[in-house]
Design a protein around this ligand. Structure first.
Ligand SMILES: Cc1ncc(COP(=O)(O)O)c(C=O)c1O
Length: 338
């Protein structure tokens, strides 16, 4: 039972709990053994999401990190490199999995909001020069960008990257954990985002409010191979249809409403002295002098915010925070930034 005074959790959009209607479809889901590819609800989810982004096939994975790992593995051979932005989740927050498990190194471009900067990519790309330098195999773009404050790379820039990648024999990976937010914020069709990527990962467990799950998207061959690697890594699952049902429900009911989260993020930005015009989606990054102190002060007043550095806070709006709670959070946070 929720009351008006419950703690308002703005640390992440992963903290949402399944709604009652979502729990009902999970309980009623038709299931089978997904290691045998016999779970009808998982199969329906994979077909639907692949079609949504115009890719041949999809693989339902337990996390976005696993989907990214399998995606990058499919386009970057061991001893080759992936170019990505310096604050990208694949570089910063997947605990070195790409290097540890698959021999992938990264080099980075820097953008204050995490966006693609093609001029920097062009300077970074290393052709295969034989036994001297690590050759570049792929470029990864995170859209929207988590640690960059939910920034959205415009479709036109992604299309320019696609053309550049084709010219240089590179693959494009899109970490689309929050690509739904980018699509709703800009009106860009999911298929247009799908068309620029060889492989991509999209999450159901962030803004869409499902409890678990991400999808890897790619060609039929990439997905068949990734299915083997998912099992090899211990990520094969059985009656996962109960989770896929939550994802299907989220696709039906929780995509368009992301616009509300984006409006809420702008309210919080204003309260914290951040230009709301710089907030593209549901994440607000707030510079401050002492992040842990502000986190503690906000928590004492019933609002949880996250520190993503000693001087940077991150506020994330989501399905489980109402408009009234956003107003209350803004009232709590504003004095802390004055
Ligand atoms: C941009 C981005 N990619 C990937 C992930 C990984 O998702 P998961 O936590 O499901 O592994 C996250 C998690 O927050 C993310 O923000």
């Amino acid at each position: 039972m929720r009351t008006l005074t419950r703690v308002i959790d703005l640390r992440s959009d992963t903290v949402t709990e399944p709604t009652d209607p979502m729990r009902a479809v999970m309980a009623a889901a038709e299931v089978g053994d997904d290691v045998y590819a016999e779970d009808p609800t998982v199969n329906a989810l994979e077909e639907r999401v692949a079609d949504l982004f115009g890719h041949q096939a999809a693989l339902f994975c337990v996390t976005g990190s696993l989907a990214n790992l399998l995606a990058v593995r499919s386009v970057v051979p061991a001893g080759h490199e992936l170019l990505c932005e310096s604050q990208a989740h694949v570089a910063r927050a997947e605990l070195g999995a790409h290097a540890t498990l698959f021999g992938v190194t990264t080099r980075n471009w820097c953008h204050p909001r995490g966006l693609l900067d093609l001029a920097q990519v062009e300077r970074l790309v290393a052709p295969d020069l034989g036994p001297y330098f690590v050759p570049t195999a792929a470029v990864s773009v995170e859209n929207s960008h988590n640690f960059g404050g939910g920034g959205v790379t415009p479709l036109a820039d992604l299309q320019r990257l696609r053309a550049f990648a084709d010219e240089h024999g590179l693959a494009v990976h899109v970490d689309g954990a929050r690509l739904w937010n980018a699509s709703v914020a800009t009106g860009t069709p999911m298929r247009s985002y799908g068309a620029v990527a060889d492989v991509m990962a999209v999450s159901l467990s962030k803004g869409l409010g499902a409890p678990v799950g991400s999808l890897l998207l790619g060609s039929a061959q990439v997905i068949a191979d990734a299915r083997v690697w998912r099992k090899r890594l211990g990520g094969g699952w059985r009656q996962a249809g109960v989770l896929a049902a939550a994802g299907l429900h989220a696709l039906d009911h929780h995509v368009e409403r992301l616009a509300e989260d984006h409006a809420h993020a702008r309210v919080l930005a204003r309260a914290c002295g951040v230009d709301p015009g710089s907030v593209d989606t549901n994440i607000v990054v707030v510079p401050c002098t002492d992040a842990p102190t502000v986190v503690a002060q906000a928590q004492a007043a019933g609002v949880r915010v996250g520190a993503v550095g000693s001087r940077v806070l991150r506020l994330v709006t989501h399905l489980d925070v109402s408009a009234a709670e956003i107003r209350r959070a803004a009232d709590v946070l504003a004095p802390l930034f004055r």
